[in-house]
Design a protein around this ligand. Structure first.
Ligand code: ATP
Ligand code: MG
Length: 587
């Protein structure tokens, strides 16, 4: 399973990777030294936005392009570090004027528009807590999240406000101020504020709040893949991890043009879509539009993107769109490509290496960890299908939980255990908002337990097995969904696959698979048999699915994760649970 290897992947175009010798970097690493790469506030405090913006302006880099925004209709808006800093200062002043204090929660509900980025950074400068909502959420998940965080201010658009907030405003009692990004022309209601008008009137100077490393900075809701979303609390100190992991795991250099395709509604879109690229001083691309293969390839080429961070769903869609679109020259500038969010099938790594000329570097982390924990590095061998190795400064292990709450470390190579991390890195979440008990359950001794199962090979590479909740126990075998799904997508007809365990009187559970087909294939019994045959050959009869059914698409969260628990609940006729983050679900 742990072959083939793609050797020394990333050193391209004469750029020396930031991390050249993994073992040495791990041995020499300290979080104090990482922190010393940042400036800190003059009085010894720490503020994420200061490190992202003010620091560059103070050090003579204000003229550098920080953000290039590509609008849906072809518009372009550019912001230098100085301009983004000035805009964030204006918004911080607007917040101060409206009475937003340190620790108050400021939410955003908007597509990927510059104002969202300005609001995030301005809120942090004010010392407020930034909490992004995904603009496609319905009214109910929006309300729940604002109420849970007692949001005092919200930045949104007129359309979203009218459709998703206004009718329920009285049910969000904490929400004192709503700023409309495009509210200038709006009929003036008392309950909304015209953001642009306020920004225009505000000063470009702002004295940044005196935040300390442990002050709350970000409130991020998890994807809701395994159950009701949790509100993970992050503090300003997290910026140390955002910065250094961007440097090591994404190989960010200050001359890079970097594109993170994630929406800030999810943690990736904030940690690596706002903070890390800015602290590392790169130029970041923000695309307002949703996925479109042709558009994406054009952005990569026309914007001279050098570092690209995306997700397996998007990669699978590119694969599905076919390699014909990849004309010569389109990938010349891209130096480093990384993926996160779901297991990346080895098939996708091999495909990208062949067709795009570079392999995707898978990396692993969670909302709770705040930053990348395990990665395939630019200078190191890639084993397709493996998440890679722990970042310097991160101690990862595999454990088995005992019935009495104790844990035992799994030392043997390629043996499953729950992926666990030793607490102590700066972007570690400090709690689940209002859910102390749920938070505490994640810890045993010095370990933080991630809820994911994995294996580690003799070289220290980690291999994702599946979510602990999704693992299937069949006739004494522990079957990880990822292995089965990866084998299924190897079949040329299969575009995506999800497997679940269904109760069986003899085996305990058997494997059932749901597959979506590539566009050139038609559903038929013969094809079903062929896919089954392929799976049996690849996996053996004990692990291969007993049953496969076709679906047009798989149910997934807005952040692109397959919701196996929903497939399972339906299969068993159980309640569907919290589906507030469900995106698409055609059968
Ligand atoms: P919830 O916690 O609400 O059920 P979630 O765990 O999907 O949702 P996120 O924090 O957005 O919420 O996602 C983190 C999870 O995504 C990880 O725990 C892991 O299961 C999965 N994941 C992320 N990156 C990878 C990867 N490279 N390989 C495999 N799985 C990954
Ligand atoms: Mg989770």
């Amino acid at each position: 399973m742990d072959e083939p290897i793609i050797r020394k992947s990333g050193a391209a175009a004469g750029v020396q990777p930031n991390l050249t010798d993994y073992e040495k970097a791990c041995a020499e690493f300290s979080w104090e030294a990482a922190r010393a790469e940042l400036d800190g506030l003059p009085d010894g405090g720490l503020n994420i936005a200061y490190e992202a913006l003010d620091r560059h302006v103070a050090n003579g880099r204000g003229g550098k392009l920080a953000l290039r925004w590509l609008g849906k209709k072809g518009e372009v808006r550019d912001f230098t570090y100085a301009e983004l800093n000035a805009a964030a200062n204006r918004f911080a002043n607007v917040l101060a004027k409206t009475g937003i204090e340190k620790g108050d929660r400021v939410y955003t509900l908007a597509g990927r528009v510059p104002e969202l980025y300005i609001a995030a950074l301005g809120a942090l400068k004010r010392g407020a807590v930034f909490s992004p909502l995904f603009s496609v959420f319905g009214p109910e998940p929006i309300r729940t999240r604002i109420n849970r965080g007692e949001g005092r201010a919200l930045v949104t658009t007129e359309r979203l406000y009218k459709k998703k907030i206004a009718p329920w405003r009285s049910e969000i009692p904490s929400l004192d101020h709503v700023f409309l990004i495009d509210g200038r022309e709006a009929d003036k209601h008392e309950e909304v504020i015209d953001l642009q008008g306020e920004m225009d009137a505000a000063s470009e100077q702002f004295e940044i709040a005196q935040t300390g490393p442990e002050d709350m900075a970000l409130l991020h809701f998890t994807s809701g893949t395994t159950g009701r979303p949790k509100g993970a609390i992050h503090v300003h100190e997290a910026v140390v991890a955002h910065h250094i992991t961007g440097k090591y795991a994404l190989d960010l250099h200050k001359d890079d043009v970097y594109w993170c395709t994630a929406d800030p509604g999810w943690v990736t879109g904030t940690s690596y879509g706002i903070i890390s690229p800015l602290t590392n001083g790169v130029t970041m691309i923000v695309d307002e539009a949703d996925f479109d293969a042709e558009r994406w390839y054009s952005i990569l080429r026309d914007q001279n993107v050098t570092v690209w961070y995306t997700a397996p769903t998007a990669i699978r869609m590119l694969m599905r769109a076919g390699a014909d679109m990849i004309e010569p020259g389109r990938f010349d500038k891209v130096r480093f490509m990384a993926s996160v969010g779901e297991p990346l099938n080895p098939e996708a790594v091999v495909w990208s290496n062949e067709k795009l000329g570079r392999p995707f570097h898978d990396n692993w982390w969670q909302t709770e960890t705040g930053g990348i924990m395990i990665a395939n590095f630019a200078s190191e061998d890639i084993k397709p299908g493996s998440m890679g190795r722990p970042l310097p400064g991160v101690e990862a292990g595999l454990v088995q939980r005992g019935d009495d709450g104790s844990v035992r470390e799994v030392a043997e190579p390629m043996k499953e255990g729950e992926l666990a991390l030793k607490s102590g890195w700066p972007s570690m979440f400090r709690g689940y908002l209002h859910e102390e008990e749920r938070y505490r359950k994640n810890f045993a001794g010095e370990w933080y337990l991630t809820g994911d199962l994995a294996m580690r090979d003799k070289d220290g590479y980690f291999w994702f097995v599946g979510r602990a909740d999704d693992v299937i126990k069949s006739a004494g075998h522990l079957i990880g969904p990822f292995e089965v799904e990866s084998a299924l997508v190897e079949h040329p007809a299969v575009s995506e696959a999800a497997v679940i365990g269904v109760p069986d009187p003899v085996a305990g559970e058997t494997v059932k698979a749901f597959v979506a087909l590539n566009p050139d294939y038609e559903e038929s019994d013969a094809l079903l048999k062929d896919i089954l045959g392929h799976a049996r050959k690849r996996l053996g009869p004990a692990v291969a699915p007993k049953e496969i059914v076709f679906r047009k698409s798989l149910p997934r969260t807005r952040s692109g994760k397959i919701m196996r628990r929903l497939l399972k609940a339906r299969e068993l006729g159980l309640p569907e649970g919290d589906i507030s983050t469900l995106e698409s679900d055609e059968t």
